[in-house]
Design a protein around this ligand. Structure first.
Ligand SMILES: NC(=O)C1=CN([C@@H]2O[C@H](COP(=O)(O)OP(=O)(O)OC[C@H]3O[C@@H](n4cnc5c(N)ncnc54)[C@H](O)[C@@H]3O)[C@@H](O)[C@H]2O)C=CC1
Ligand SMILES: O=C(O)[C@@H]1CCC=N1
Length: 270
């Protein structure tokens, strides 16, 4: 299965890195990326073919992954408008709706909208996928195969829910890093050396996430089990509650979802 990426930035690097780790051949992957520096880095790191603009070789693929910023996508697909034959188009762009992407491609409907996340780089991503009704089972399976190579996948039937997927798991790694940064900073302030502060924060997060993954109990129950009456955890959680940290997280996720919809509305007008 030959794959061409249009856009070779952060997310393309995460997906290509994950695909290469899973044994996808470098010869089956190409990238269209205007910046020389990014092309050099991709070619050097992954051994993939890179081109500055769409050429005949780039279109010689079964899957075309649109990995540019939402604001760049319409212009990025202009050179391929009306030139697609049977390729499956997989968009990873936040907010953009399949109907708009199809229109920009010259009413080409073989489009799957997806939302992966950066842990794809280490095979630990989670991707939501939603396909245009005209995409057959073979197309859906091909899109799923690519994204399964870099983590788990979940099909979303209702496209309007894709902005919620973006807000929870697409942007989610940044929320986790934000929390980790705060934990690491607190550990540094408590006098730990940088290496130990990072290790204490990251391994606590990893262990707790793995425990939640492997447990059949609710996350609340797992939290309660750490929280001894009158103990240290309770003191921290009372402080979090007084600052409504849970409410602030929910508000943040709602803001991300609203921004996805806003991008779709704004960019889809053109
Ligand atoms: N960064 C993340 O965690 C995630 C990002 N996404 C989506 O992935 C897409 C890409 O995001 P990033 O990789 O973070 O952005 P990025 O800015 O790192 O990468 C975009 C790349 O596209 C290139 N580009 C610009 N115009 C182009 C054109 N006309 N033709 C070909 N390439 C062109 C840029 O030079 C850049 O290297 C966005 O639509 C974003 O919504 C989805 C899931 C997670
Ligand atoms: O921040 C963004 O818009 C992109 C989409 C999900 C993660 N990064």
């Amino acid at each position: 299965m030959k794959i061409t990426f249009i856009g070779g930035g952060n997310m393309a690097v995460a997906l290509i890195g994950g695909l290469r780790k899973q044994g996808f051949s470098a010869a089956a992957i190409q990238v269209v990326e205007p910046f020389q520096e990014s092309r050099d880095r991709l070619a050097e790191t992954f051994g993939v073919r890179c081109a500055a603009a769409v050429d005949a070789a780039a279109l010689n693929c079964e899957i075309l992954i649109l990995a540019v910023k939402p604001q760049q996508l319409r212009e990025a697909v202009a050179p391929i408008r009306g030139k697609l034959t049977d390729q499956l188009v997989v968009s990873i762009a936040a907010g953009l709706r399949m109907a708009d992407i199809s229109r920009w491609l010259g009413n080409y409907r073989k489009v799957v909208r997806t939302m992966p996340n950066t842990p794809a780089l280490i095979g630990a991503g989670i991707t939501g996928l939603c396909a245009d009704p005209s995409v057959d089972l073979e197309g859906r399976t091909a899109a799923e195969r690519i994204l399964k190579a870099v983590g788990s996948t979940v099909w979303i039937d209702d496209e309007t829910k894709m902005d919620a997927v973006t807000a929870v798991s697409g942007s989610g790694p940044a929320y986790v890093f934000y929390f980790l940064e705060a934990m690491e900073a607190a550990a540094l302030n408590l006098g730990f050396a940088p290496g130990s502060a990072r290790q204490l924060a990251v391994e606590t997060f990893l262990g707790a996430a793995r425990l939640a993954e492997q447990s059949s109990e609710s996350i609340s129950t797992l939290r309660e089990r750490v929280t001894s009456k009158g103990g240290t955890t309770e003191a921290a959680l009372l402080s979090f509650g007084a600052n409504d940290i849970a409410g602030a997280i929910e508000q943040g996720i709602l803001a991300a979802e609203a921004r996805g919809r806003e991008l779709g509305d704004m960019l889809g007008k053109d």
